[in-house]
Every structure is written in C-alpha cells, then in structure tokens.
Design a protein around this ligand. Structure first.
Ligand SMILES: [Zn+2]
Length: 115
C-alpha cells in the first residue's frame, strides 16, 4: 500500500467509516513517524525509547492544542472534545498496537519451570 500523501483522497461525504481511507492515513502517519524517529536517533544519538517517549509526548501536546482550539470555538467542524473518553481511546490505540506482536508469540514460548 502506498503511503504517499498525494494518493490519499478525502473521504466521501456522508461516509462515516471508510476503512480503506483509515488504513491509508494510518500507513502514512506510521511511515512518516518511523522516518522521523529513525532520523532523530541517527542525528542525535538518542536511544530509541527516548525518541519514542518524545513522540508520545508530542501526540499528547497535539491533542491538547487541537482540543483547546475546538473548546474555544476556533474551528467550527463540530468536534466537542471529551478528554476522559478520548484520552482512554488514545491510550487504548497505543496499547493495542504495542501488544499486537506479543499474542502470537505466546504459543511459541517455552514454559519455564513446572508446578
Ligand atoms: Zn474542527
């Protein structure tokens, strides 16, 4: 799947769940963040976990800025930020992808010790 932003077209009016569009946007965001994270590690020598934590911090900061603009009515798209549920949603998205690889590997793990 191409992650070239120019190949991603806007969603069709009235279509709430366009899974192909969501996959394209996720792939593009992933490729962009991966490129930037690797570039920052290469340029700065910072460890991977530090760069990943800073990326997560940046996402929190982006949420704050976007939510504040909507709470102040600067954007009129209709989004009414709900921090409690949306922070849970963001954390859940992070956890889902972080833990995705671990599940299939459990079957391949050797049992350590016996009861
Ligand atoms: Zn808006």
């Amino acid at each position: 799947m191409s992650t070239d932003r120019n190949n991603i077209v806007a969603r069709t009016e009235g279509v709430e769940d366009d899974s192909q569009l969501l996959e394209q946007v996720e792939a593009h965001m992933r490729a962009t963040l991966m490129n930037e994270a690797c570039d920052m590690m290469r340029r700065t020598g910072l460890p991977a976990m530090t760069v990943l934590r800073l990326a997560a911090t940046a996402m929190g900061s982006i949420y704050r800025e976007m939510a504040d603009e909507h709470l102040q009515g600067i954007c009129e798209c209709g989004w009414q930020p709900d921090e409690t549920s949306e922070l849970r949603e963001l954390c859940q998205a992070l956890m889902e992808k972080t833990c995705q690889r671990a599940l299939p590997d459990l079957a391949a793990m050797h049992v350590a010790g016996s009861a």
